[in-house]
Ligand binder design. Structure first.
Ligand SMILES: [Ca+2]
Length: 741
């Protein structure tokens, strides 16, 4: 056991891992696109571009592999961290037998800093009660600033510093953007560390929310691209492919795979559709250029510190471009998880504001397909469009021979690469726990030798039931279609039953883009690879397979402390994480016990989420209002008159009726208003997580009636949340539940 006084080897490099989210193989300028990414291109120009680097096809699993050097199932992260199950490959809990890269670097004398997206924390462990073992500080980082879940509203994120929820330093109206904040913080941490311990190396893990939806950026960044994508995704893809081949990141002789029938030909679209989809990509491109500029500030800071030459920098993505916006794209991605179909005319109405504070947008899947040029498919699939991503290495002191590297690489290879570069032998035991097999191999031999043999040539893949395996010169891939993206379920061709999955076969060594299926010519090779896949599945805890969320729910792990059906909360505790609140997806009541001033008062009584998904009650011009913003519809109910002075109970009811929802506003014993919508209640109101605020709001509002914080001018005694339809808001019952006299 080390006591923290270990010194790193003299000359050991700093390590910076820059991880973008949902960025496709073709989207950086240096990988073929016409989107401006000058910082990334400069790093690539002075360093290495890997052309056969792979990931797991999804967020949490790739992050677990990067930080442990192990296959995702082998460390319990076979799927999203949000859904821990009892199956060993899907616990969402990185085991003590796989000590993380920051933990090992810390023990070896590094400072370890994490900024940005985490997404390695099981549901039920994200509230202010922890447990904190799997928060960044529990898994080897000394400092952390970022967001814990899969994505974040870039205008108003749910932020954490170390082990506490904190508020952003400014509001969207004051010019806040998450990526800028993350870059500021990364620079602050590194500069401060370097000044505080001169000569001590650091590891910085910098994981942006970009390029994951919501595609949020100030419109001037998007307007730079005005008209640039009017040529459409088919022609854009051909141009990108030509650049890729010309620059050597795709080998000459590669076949550009064909457009699948479920992606529309650009020429077949109406003028409105083209206008909409082109703008979606302008916003995406602006968002990427903005991200590149923030990374540029970080790199400039390293340069100014004089440490850039001996800093080993990786830039990569966690999976291929995302098709979760479906055919039309979406103005509000919460519709996708709630399976509310998108609507072209509604999207057109939102076009002018695309990327702004009112939406939570994601582009059409035509751009995801093109963003992964020259491959098939996208995120969530183990076709190369999901698994092969850009990977850039920059290290002036360690790399003399810049250029393209074609050796096979995978997320699990980064950990052994870093340890070798830093001169660290992986420990056999950590905290007395024997360490499990490392699955990756160091890429260091390829740094200065473009012709070095591949460190490894065998790797299984599995994501949401999509399976493939690379074995030497060959790759076999199934045609399984997963669940969860409505348009994929309805439009994609392929197998929906594991027993009927068909394996295609590609000579991946010569067929770079996985274009030519030769399964019919080599049935014996298909059989061999399929058997190898099953052996790897057994060795890595891949089984049981599931191709959607529904099958996983049956084996989900109960929380240590169950969320109660009723919870009384008080304003002096501050915001309450949605992870700790009663599940209102089946309906329920929320009661606010208040003291109304003589003028009827004004301000927010309670609020959760915002206008892209959320609910709350407030008083405007003395009148009570409840607002429920569902994915697809907003319901705002207003009391007919000013609130009477004195103690009152203002209640909001949400009831599941005929698959839809009825919302009610109740004052004491009187129902003041009610409205029904056919849209049901979501399981989660905000992808990025959110908190219930009491007596004021924060971030973005529920409606344009008010600007947060809009504090309540009366007294708020308490708020009671209660699940189920059975609880009738009769005063006696409510008073008992509220524990007031
Ligand atoms: Ca991702």
């Amino acid at each position: 056991m080390l006591d923290g006084s270990q010194r790193a080897a003299t000359g050991a490099p700093n390590v910076v891992m820059i991880l973008l989210d949902d960025l496709g193989f073709a989207q950086f300028g240096c990988y073929g696109s016409d989107i401006a990414t000058p910082t990334i291109d400069r790093l690539a120009g002075d360093g290495l571009r890997y052309s056969r680097f792979h990931v797991t096809a999804l967020c949490s699993p790739t992050r677990a592999s990067l930080l442990t050097g192990r296959n995702h199932h082998a460390v319990g992260m076979g799927f999203l961290a949000d859904i821990p199950t009892t199956d060993p490959g899907y616990t969402a809990r990185i085991p003590a037998s796989a000590a993380t890269l920051p933990r090992i670097l810390r023990d070896a004398g590094y400072n370890t800093l994490a900024v940005g997206k985490w997404h390695l924390l099981p549901r039920g462990e994200r509230s202010s009660a922890g447990p904190y073992d799997r928060w960044p500080l529990g898994l080897g980082f000394e400092r952390y600033y970022g967001f814990l879940r899969g994505d974040a509203n870039h205008w108003a994120p749910e932020l954490v510093r170390d082990n506490s929820y904190v508020e952003p330093l400014k509001s969207a109206a004051e010019g806040y953007h998450l990526t800028e904040d993350l870059a500021d913080e990364a620079i602050r941490m590194v500069v401060n560390q370097q000044q505080s311990a001169v000569g001590k190396p650091f590891f910085l893990y910098f994981a942006t929310g970009a390029m994951h939806a919501p595609h949020h950026v100030e419109r001037s960044w998007a307007d730079v691209y005005r008209g640039q994508f009017d040529i459409g995704w088919d022609r854009w893809r051909e141009q990108v492919f030509a650049h890729q081949v010309a620059s050597g990141v795709v080998p000459a002789g590669t076949t550009l795979t064909e457009r699948p029938p479920w992606v529309a030909a650009w020429d077949s679209l109406t003028a409105d559709e083209r206008r909409l989809y082109a703008r979606m990509h302008e916003v995406y491109a602006g968002f990427l250029s903005h991200t590149d500029a923030q990374i540029g500030r970080l790199i400039a800071a390293l340069e100014q510190l004089g440490v850039l030459d001996n800093t080993l920098i990786f830039v990569m993505s966690d999976n291929g471009a995302s098709a979760e916006g479906g055919v039309h794209g979406t103005a509000n991605e919460h519709r996708f998880t709630h399976q509310v179909p998108d609507n072209l005319s509604e999207n057109l109405e939102r076009l002018d504001d695309w990327g702004g504070i009112h939406g939570y947008p994601h582009y059409s899947w035509g751009w995801a397909w093109a963003g992964n040029t020259p491959f098939r498919l996208w995120k969530r699939y183990t076709w190369l469009g999901g698994t092969r991503v850009p990977m850039i290495v920059h290290w002036p002191q360690g790399i003399d021979d810049a250029g393209v590297r074609g050796q096979f690489g995978h997320a699990v290879d980064i950990y052994p690469t870093v340890l070798e570069a830093c001169g660290i032998t992986p420990p056999q035991t950590v905290d007395g726990v024997v360490q499990q097999r490392v699955d990756g191999a160091s890429l260091m031999p390829t740094f200065n030798n473009a012709d070095a043999p591949d460190p490894r040539m065998n790797q299984y893949f599995e994501m949401l039931g999509s399976r493939s395996i690379v074995s030497g010169a060959w790759k076999a891939t199934t045609d399984h279609v997963s669940q969860g993206v409505l348009d994929e379920e309805q439009l994609m061709t392929g197998s929906r039953e594991f027993d009927n999955d068909a394996w295609s076969l590609f000579h991946i060594e010569s067929d770079f883009s996985e274009a030519h299926d030769v399964a019919d010519q080599h049935p014996e090779i298909v059989r061999r690879l399929e058997q190898e896949w099953w052996a790897e599945a057994g060795r890595n805890n891949v089984l049981p397979m599931a191709d959607g969320l529904a099958q996983r729910l049956g084996s989900s792990v109960p929380r240590e402390y169950a969320v109660p059906a009723q919870l009384l909360v008080r304003p002096e505790g501050g915001p309450v994480s949605d992870d700790a609140l009663p599940m209102l997806a089946g309906g329920g009541w929320i009661f606010a016990e208040v003291e109304v001033p003589a003028d009827g008062g004004q301000g927010v009584l309670f609020a959760l989420g915002d206008w892209t998904g959320g609910f709350g009650a407030y008083v405007s011009e003395g009148r009570p209002v409840v607002a429920v913003c569902l994915p697809g519809v907003d319901i705002v109910l207003r009391g007919p008159q000013r609130l009477p002075e004195g103690r009152h109970r203002i209640a909001m009811g949400m009831h599941q009726v005929d698959g839809g929802t009825t919302i009610k506003l109740v004052l004491d014993d009187d129902e003041l208003a009610a409205e029904h919508t056919p849209i049901g209640l979501p399981l989660a109101w905000q992808h990025g997580g959110t908190s219930l605020t009491l007596g004021a709001d924060r971030g973005l509002p529920l409606t344009s009636d008010y600007t947060p914080p809009y504090p309540w001018t009366g007294t708020l005694h308490s708020v009671l949340l209660s699940t189920g339809r059975q609880l009738h808001p009769d005063p006696a019952h409510a008073r008992v539940a509220l524990q007031v006299d």
